[in-house]
Design a protein around this ligand. Structure first.
Ligand code: GLU
Length: 506
């Protein structure tokens, strides 16, 4: 049954979604699903100067790849639509006007030059200029708190540029509650009178965000820590409108793997890991940023890793399916302090997931890679290869390097290994081995192993003297799974060919 829990992910389409944003979306999703609630996507595109055309589609594609789809949003169940703020533009002015009428907001006509001069003047005296009760009614500032109603109307009629500011109450100790951080108190005298509505006819983030959360019946606001400083204004806005405020939860920052501070794209570039879920092309510069998907991460491994960046279940268990995450997730177990991102742990998650994937599923992922290389082996063969190598792989993209010798005759031999293992007498020994192998009838892994080892024992020589050059001949280097499994897979003819090649070339 659907509950009344309604949460939203409200990104601004200013570029690709950073993994911090994906984590915010994920926690909202987990919370909504846990309580059979609704997960809303709202596009906060009121700041036209920062708008990037392909960003919204990127966000939608990223959520889809992560398998955390929204229930309501642009073009989907538009119950409270539209879900793009630019398309709700006409709605916000009405709400700004309500606050003007009730005395919670006022018009301000100060130009940016005038405000700059005030700032500089204050600085010169070692003070900071804040547009609030300190000076809003002292006559220095041009606003509807000091002008008469007629003067204000005359300015508006004359087309003078204005903004609408929130009139922050004076001398109030504001008590707020955050689901993660507990009680927070703030002295309203320290807050500035934020702009709610701009001269260009657009609301600012604050006004649009509160109006929309109210109209969309959002019950819990789960968002990044960077929005914590906005919480007092938001709480006051709810009060001003006489609306019940949602519950708030501010998630901890995701920190750099080394050093201090927030994880940035630059850290990823420097240390060689993506910070975006999907590859992203900047249409202006043509720059391409790496994505987890294209780097070969499984979406469920990526999500599992992200869930642990700031939350833990309180047990030792680390591998969680999406369903298990939904069941275990709890805002009370989200930490207050920042979560350090670890590229190694991210790989570890992928490797763990690799082992849980079925060989058949992995084969389907490997087949197109092989096809691209012009290799057309039947599925059954590829499946056996996958079974033999998956334990060593972190990514499906590693499969080829771990298994090329199953598909291709080696043309090169590792120089160091050859020097060490291909000695005087090795060629003769391999020639003899060719005879032994030619006579083997049952070419199963177990039987070839048995017969070759019997021959080595009878010759009274060390196993390494045969096994290392044999591996070198078949693989080209001293790597790969059990040698007799390789022999059984490639077959007698190919084994003999590779032995002959090695004798010729080494
Ligand atoms: N548009 C804001 C952002 O880009 C939303 C913040 C919020 O969730 O209130 O993150």
């Amino acid at each position: 049954m659907e509950s009344n829990v309604r949460v939203r992910f409200a990104p601004s389409p200013t570029g690709p979604l950073h993994i911090g944003g994906v984590r915010t979306a994920l926690y909202n999703y987990l919370f909504a699903k846990k309580y059979n609630g609704t997960f809303v996507l709202r596009i906060e595109d009121t700041d036209q100067t920062r708008y990037v055309a392909n960003a919204e589609q990127y966000i939608i594609d990223a959520l889809e790849w992560c398998n955390i789809p929204f229930d309501e949003g642009p073009n989907k169940n538009e119950k409270f639509g539209p879900y793009r703020q630019s398309e709700r533009k006409n709605l916000y002015k009405e709400y700004a006007d309500i606050l003007i009428k009730t005395g919670w907001a006022y018009y301000a006509f100060d130009t940016s030059e005038q405000l700059d001069a005030h700032r500089k003047g204050h600085e010169a005296e070692g003070k900071t200029f804040i547009y609030n009760w300190h000076n809003r009614e002292k006559g220095k500032l041009v606003n509807s708190l000091v002008l008469t109603a007629d003067e204000v109307q005359a300015k508006i009629n004359a087309g003078e540029n204005y903004v609408i500011r929130f009139k922050t109450p004076q001398d109030e100790l504001l008590r707020m509650e955050d689901e993660i951080r507990g009680n927070i108190k703030i002295d309203t005298n320290t807050l500035d009178d934020k702009i709610l509505f701009k001269g260009d006819g657009m609301p600012t983030y604050h006004l649009a965000n509160i109006v929309d959360d109210h109209l969309m019946q959002i019950t819990h606001v789960i968002r990044g820590e960077e929005w914590l400083p906005s919480m007092p204004l938001h709480v006051l806005l709810y009060k001003a409108f006489g609306w019940e405020a949602p519950k708030f939860a501010h998630l901890p920052l995701i920190l750099k793997p080394v050093g201090k501070g927030k994880l940035s794209k630059r850290d990823g570039d420097k240390l060689g890991f993506p910070v975006f879920p999907l590859e992203y092309t900047n249409e202006q510069t043509g720059d391409v940023s790496r994505g987890y998907k294209e780097d070969g991460y499984f979406n469920d491994a990526f999500i599992n890793m992200l869930a642990f960046l700031g939350w833990n279940p309180g047990t030792e268990q680390e591998i969680f399916s999406l369903e298990e995450l939904i069941a275990a997730f709890d805002l009370k177990r989200v930490s207050k302090s920042g979560a350090k991102f670890s590229p190694d742990k991210t790989k570890w998650f992928n490797q763990q997931y690799m082992q849980t994937k079925s060989d058949a599923e992995l084969t389907e992922l490997f087949l197109p890679i092989l096809a691209e290389k012009g290799i057309t082996k039947d599925k059954e063969y590829v499946l056996k290869v996958v079974t033999a190598i998956k334990e060593r792989a972190v990514f499906v993209n590693d499969f080829w390097d771990l298994s090329n010798f199953f598909f291709e005759t080696p043309t090169e031999y590792d120089a160091k290994a050859s020097k060490k293992n291909w000695k005087e007498g090795t060629a003769e020994l391999m020639q003899e081995l060719i005879e032994v192998v030619s006579n083997i009838q049952d070419f199963s892994s177990e039987n070839t192993e048995k017969e070759v080892k019997e021959w080595i024992t009878a010759k009274e020589i060390g196993f390494g003297k045969v096994m290392q050059p044999l591996r070198l001949s078949l693989v080209g280097k001293l790597a790969g799974p059990h040698l007799f499994d390789i022999i059984a897979m490639i077959g007698k003819e190919e084994t003999l060919l590779r032995l002959k090649n090695a004798i010729e070339k080494l």
